[in-house]
Design a protein around this ligand. Structure first.
Ligand code: ADP
Ligand code: MG
Length: 725
């Protein structure tokens, strides 16, 4: 099909000359590099490889995000104003000079007159590129597509897309354009037409080089899924909106492929990890006992159980991979500190990583408070630390002088090496990518035990499948003495009333969090909303209002946080950066604007910032009606339940397509083709298939097919293993 498609018009430059001939590629065809397509400028080629990746398969994995219906093909006379039309027209009149023209300092638009048997119209361009001259040959025919507008001079198209007539018969030209088109994610300077054309080339290439099937035949038949190449054809040639939703057989097939690759890699990695000497039961634990005895409270049963689980893991030579799930305020920090203590008193070092500097400092303060009295040395490594101090600290860590190092991403960015790292703890682990998690244990002489902590419960199936056979400990029981939070949903028409209500809270000496609308998950717009709201509230509450957002420097954030913690600020307006575990027990009111745009887990996380002290707390969900049925159910669920686990399961259920912003917390696994919400039933299938495949006696063909699959998804370590047998 690709060959018959009319050429998308784009600037044409001569290909670069005088470059040495590249070494011919001899690997599997789909993994090979694609060339710059004829007529493509080198800069555009670079952009395309950056956007999609350099291999044929990368182009194929660049899936359309939406569709553009260009199928309406009326004549000029019958084309309805205000609607999109695609027409085959003759170029009647075009200016003699192309290029940007100016009259009196003002740019004047380029106007080209086009006609068919029924009448004429104007194509108008404001930013004129030289390519237009080639796109509209005098007296030639072109296919144009755009929204029809009308003024006193008749019908016009502003910046229509244009296809210059090739050698095709006229009706074939129109037919090739007047259809439903896939629309791809783009990058600045790379037009839709190019991506479209490149993908069509890749599809033709894939048909010529179909890969062997790697999915078990029985599974394919049971799920009624198409072959890989067929799935790609369907995914890239949608006939309507319904063809690009995640639940089409084509997209399901591709998602399953990705899950299978991940599962093979995870299971392989787990099966081949190196062992380390364990810390045997009964080995020194005097310090840990002392730590626990010094607490002003008793551990909850769940905390005790989690510590027992961890002690067992530490005792085995196989490195621990355990997730500690506990709702906000469930007391995960103490479990981590006790586990670290146990490792340290047996002569090993610990590391504790948090996603933000605020949180790292909070953990550091706790570590100093509980562990320093026992004689351990605790260090803090954050990005803002002066270089000289950083260097000295890292030296102390390498020498084994620092027993516990607490920090942020700086820990992995600055490749810290330890003398003897025994346990790595990652708090709010869902904020880190898999690579960062891995990096923390890479480069160490022995693989450390790994404890991941999260307050955003991961539904069990996701937890098991996303991490292979990771072990899970759960803190369900909350420490005693917490007062439940009252949650109300209020339409945003009553915003003023809510703002006035802060007065009462402040008069009682308590504090307020005010979380601003999630606008589009871009920190810029979210920030604008937060600063505007803070200014508005400051009209009444003056300098008692502070604002916190992600664009602030770490030191500025800390300063604001410190003032809020000290009670100098009564109201803290913020973007969702506040979400992560900040602890201010005196804050009793949480206001969340546009609550309908948030996911349930995130709302629950935000709500967990209050209700940390003895005083009664409230959470106000401001929403903008009308609510979608999903959004209504989400807000209801939140009012009725305080159980983060229940809410996490619901969170996955109650999502309309593309409805909820801020879904990063369910993005614990970075996926390329799969959608964790819509494709989650495929995960256990992929896990079981991977298990069965790795346990079976693979034929050389199967081995080759699976190796190719792993390479496609960049699972190089597992691929090398499979290929090597
Ligand atoms: P999270 O799980 O959200 O990280 P934290 O570890 O910050 O929770 O604990 C919240 C608060 O509860 C802390 O002030 C901590 O000292 C306290 N806490 C932890 N365990 C217990 C317990 N067993 N009994 C009473 N309070 C506890
Ligand atoms: Mg915490």
């Amino acid at each position: 099909m690709a060959a018959t498609k009319p050429q998308a018009t784009a600037p044409v430059k001569a290909p670069a000359k005088g470059k040495p001939a590249p070494v011919p590629y001899r690997g599997p065809p789909l993994l090979g590099p694609y060339p710059a397509f004829p007529g493509m400028a080198p800069a555009q080629f670079t952009k395309m490889t950056e956007l999609c990746g350099p291999r044929w398969v990368d182009l194929l994995f660049h899936l359309p995000r939406s569709v553009l219906d260009r199928s309406a093909a009326p004549t000029i006379a019958t084309a309805p104003v205000g609607e999109r039309a695609t027409m085959l027209l003759k170029v009647i009149k075009r200016p003699s000079v192309f290029g940007s023209l100016r009259r009196g300092g003002k740019k004047i638009p380029l106007v080209i007159e086009l006609a068919d048997d029924s009448g004429s119209l104007r194509a108008i361009y404001f930013n004129v590129g030289g390519w237009l001259e080639r796109a509209y040959p005098q007296g030639g025919t072109v296919v144009v597509s755009g929204k029809v507008e009308e003024d006193s001079k008749g019908k016009k198209l502003i910046h229509p897309d244009v296809w210059t007539a090739g050698k095709l018969p006229e009706d074939a030209q129109l037919k090739a354009v007047a259809k439903v088109w896939p629309l791809y994610p783009l990058t600045a300077g790379l037009p839709q037409g190019w991506v479209n054309r490149a993908v069509q080339h890749a599809l033709a290439f894939a048909s010529e080089h179909p890969p062997p099937e790697w999915l078990p035949a029985a599974l394919l038949a049971r799920l009624k899924l198409p072959a890989f190449t067929e799935a790609l054809q369907a995914a890239h040639n949608p006939e309507n909106e319904a063809d690009i939703v995640p639940t089409t057989p084509a997209r399901m097939r591709l998602a399953l492929d990705e899950f299978l690759a991940t599962q093979l890699a995870l299971q392989h990695a787990r099966a081949t990890t190196r062992f380390q000497p364990g810390i045997a039961h009964g080995q020194s634990q005097a310090q840990t006992d002392k730590l626990l005895a010094s607490l002003p409270f008793a551990l909850t049963g769940d905390q005790q159980q989690a510590l027992d689980d961890i002690a067992t893991d530490l005792a085995t030579p196989r490195p621990m991979l355990r997730l500690l799930q506990g709702d906000v305020g469930a007391g995960k920090t103490l479990v981590a500190l006790a586990a670290l203590c146990r490792v340290m008193e047996n002569g090993q070092q610990g590391v504790l990583m948090a996603p933000t500097e605020i949180l790292a400092r909070q953990l550091y303060a706790n570590a100093v408070r509980y562990l320093q009295p026992l004689g351990f040395t605790v260090g803090l490594l954050v990005g803002s630390l002066p270089a000289a101090q950083k260097k000295k600290l890292k030296q102390h860590v390498r020498d084994g002088f620092v027993n516990l190092l607490v920090g942020t991403h700086a820990l992995v960015q600055d490749d810290v090496t330890f003398d003897r790292l025994g346990l790595a703890v990652i708090d709010e682990q869902h904020r880190f990518g898999v690579r960062q998690r891995m990096a923390l244990s890479a480069n160490q002489s022995l693989p450390p035990d790994l404890l991941l902590m999260t307050a955003t419960p991961i539904p069990r199936t996701l937890a098991l499948t996303a991490y292979g056979d990771m072990d899970v400990s759960v803190l369900r029981e909350k420490p005693p003495g917490r007062t439940p939070i009252q949650t109300v949903a209020i339409p945003d028409a009553r915003l003023n009333e809510v703002a006035r209500g802060l007065e009462r809270v402040i008069a009682q000496g308590q504090q307020v969090y005010w979380v601003c609308p999630l606008v589009d998950e871009s920190e810029d717009t979210d920030l604008a909303a937060a600063t505007a709201r803070a200014a508005w509230l400051a009209k009444v509450y003056g300098d008692k209002v502070g604002v916190l957002h992600g664009k602030m420097k770490a030191a500025e954030k800390d300063a604001v946080m410190a003032r809020f913690q000290a009670g100098e600020l009564a109201i803290l307006v913020s973007t969702t950066v506040i979400e992560v575990g900040v602890d201010v027990p005196n804050a009793t009111l949480m206001v969340i604007e546009h609550a309908e745009r948030f996911g349930l887990s995130q709302l629950h996380q935000l709500r967990g910032r209050v209700g940390r002290g003895a005083a009664k707390s409230q959470c106000v969900l401001l929403y903008s009606p009308p609510l979608t049925p999903f959004a209504e159910q989400r807000l209801d669920a939140l009012r009725q339940s305080d159980d983060g686990f229940e809410l996490a399961e619901k969170d996955l259920e109650l999502r309309g397509p593309g409805e909820v912003l801020g879904t990063r917390q369910s993005g614990q696994i970075a996926t390329r083709l799969a959608d964790l919400h819509h494709h989650r039933e495929l995960l256990p299938l992929a896990r079981d298939a991977a298990q069965a495949l790795l346990a079976s006696n693979l034929s050389p063909q199967q081995r080759g097919a699976l190796t190719l699959l792993l390479q496609m998804f960049d699972q190089t370590a597992a691929a090398a293993f499979l290929r090597g047998g």
